[in-house]
Design a protein around this ligand. Sequence first.
Ligand code: AMP
Length: 282
Amino acid sequence: MRIIKNVLHMQKIALNHIKNGDEIGLIPTMGALHDGHVSLIAKSRRSDDITVVSIFVNPIQFGPNEDYLKYPRTVNKDLEVCKKNHVDYVFMPAVNDMFPSNHKTFIEVKILQDILCGKFRPNHFRGVVTVVVKLFNISCADRSYFGMKDFQQLKILEKVARDLNFKTKIIPCPIVREKSGLAISSRNSYLSVEEKKSSENIFKILKEASEDFKIRNLNFVKKNVLEKLKKIPDSKVDYAEIVDFNDLSLADKDTRKVVFVVALWLGRTRLIDNTVMIKQTK
Ligand code: AMP
């Protein structure tokens, strides 16, 4: 495994692999690697000749009052995880190499970037898309792996790849959960013991919603989830919405494949989760 810290060096190595006919898989991460990230790495190892993991806490996707400075940074442990999982390259650029002071180009995705999390985190998706597109170009990836935990991010990147004709294929990967059902996230490390216990209710509530969805109407299911989420101690719900799986538009009674997406604060930690629900046709 090689650790590459320079943008042009990484791009040169990737271009050489492409010249040799290798297919490259990229897993963009912000580090603090966990089993969710490992599942993405494992998927790339099965499909690609070369697996590149990028570790970059991307400053331009954090708002001014968000957790950029305190975001968990566990580089040594991350490198061990990558090595153990047979990663070929770990790309760890410096901030001023990715975004020198004269960087002026940003990519926006109309509407999709402004709904759901975008409403509460202005400029977040603009920052995500811009960095991911740079990572596609630097790594020359044939495939790039993204978790369904960040469902809106996944849908936005699928749209970008289609709209801008990228050669990189976006590969969605299922949510990895703890035994309790809590979706694994680097930010879970912020939770106190009590908050961690409370957070386990989120998946339970979503699971109950999937059952209700089979027999009740959308408004009932949504209202029920909102009420239950609000009852979690110390919670503040940003949103709980049922959206179309394909384009994130609000679902109606005829939408067959929907996603229940939620975002809420537990104390000072913001968590997101979702579950896919499919209407049975009679
Ligand atoms: P992050 O380091 O949090 O930016 O995440 C990097 C990638 O890992 C993103 O594509 C996430 O969606 C994915 N990811 C994070 N947590 C999980 C999880 N619990 N299950 C599956 N994928 C995940």
